[in-house]
Design a protein around this ligand. Structure first.
Ligand code: COA
Length: 258
């Protein structure tokens, strides 16, 4: 495991942190590989319930390392999956929830990846920017689809064409992030959220995520899809635990479920 990415797992929360502050957490191939492995192994580990993706105090990431880009440009669509794509695929395919913790710079892929996280909290110091056009590059990892769909065309163009700098308030207003905490308490606040998610029924959390990630479909089709899952879950031991806990006036214990 690279020292440039730290991975810690405790109480069901796997926290993955970019750790290259001397280069503003600019992301190298080995960092993507390490983060991809942390997600992939966490997906297979029943003791991991939630991922947190963060950086260092005051620094999320300055985006892809531009020197690395020049030295070893990723070849998308080739026979070998580039590390950045492996990481993004791991993030996009994660069935367990991923929370982004953004303090300071979130440039390039640091902003793109937020569209693939379930929840994102930022500090008031956060800076969001996708300077792909400024670098004579193109939007990446489906941001040209997801930004307009989720943020609206005008806001998406502000980011993806103009390369505007957004602060946390703008990002919150646009729906790019869930909320804002003071920098000093951001990590603790995010951990509280992660622990709360980790304590919930893992099956129910995964189903809610999967449904929200299912491609758009007619409302009646979605209702039917939810209905069949709901019916199945009414017979699950996790539902029995939730109802049992309610009846016994205690907190539910989902720790034995994977
Ligand atoms: N790739 C490679 N190195 C980077 C980097 C990046 N994306 N971002 C920062 N660095 C390096 C700088 O080269 C510098 O290295 P040095 O100390 O060896 O000279 C170090 O990190 C500190 O950066 P610096 O520019 O001095 O800090 P700053 O606070 O003045 O500015 C940024 C920070 C992030 C605004 C600025 O570095 C920047 O614009 N970086 C490029 C962002 C970018 O275009 N990312 C790619 C998107 S696809």
């Amino acid at each position: 495991m690279s020292d440039l990415v730290t991975v810690e797992t405790s109480e069901g929360v796997r926290t993955i942190r970019w750790n290259r502050p001397q280069k503003k957490n600019a992301l190298l191939r080995e960092m993507y590989t390490a983060a991809a492995e942390a997600i992939e192994t966490g997906e297979a580990d029943k003791d991991v319930r939630v991922f947190v993706l963060g950086g260092q105090p005051g620094l999320f990431t300055a985006g892809n390392d531009l020197v690395d880009f020049m030295e070893a440009p990723p070849h998308f669509g080739g026979t070998v999956t580039p590390p950045v794509e492996r990481f993004m695929r791991a993030l996009m395919n994660a069935q367990k929830p991923v929370i982004a913790e953004v303090d300071g710079l979130a440039i390039g892929i640091g902003t793109t990846l937020l569209m693939h996280c379930d929840l994102a909290w930022a500090s008031e110091n956060a800076v969001f920017k996708t300077p792909f056009v400024d670098l004579a590059l193109a939007p990446e990892f489906a941001s040209s689809l997801l930004f307009p769909t989720r943020l609206g065309r005008a806001a998406a163009s502000d980011l993806l064409m103009l390369g505007s700098v957004w602060d946390a308030a703008r990002a919150k207003e646009a729906g790019l992030i869930t909320g804002i905490f003071p920098s000093a308490s951001l990590a603790n606040e995010v951990r509280e959220k992660a622990l709360a998610l980790a304590a919930k029924s893992p099956g129910a959390v995964r189903k809610a995520k999967a449904l929200m990630m299912t491609a758009e479909e007619p409302v009646m089709d979605r209702m039917k899809r939810e209905g069949s899952i709901f019916t199945e879950m009414l017979h699950s031991p996790e539902f029995a635990e939730a109802v049992g806990a309610f009846m016994e006036r205690r907190a539910p214990d989902f720790s034995k479920f994977g």
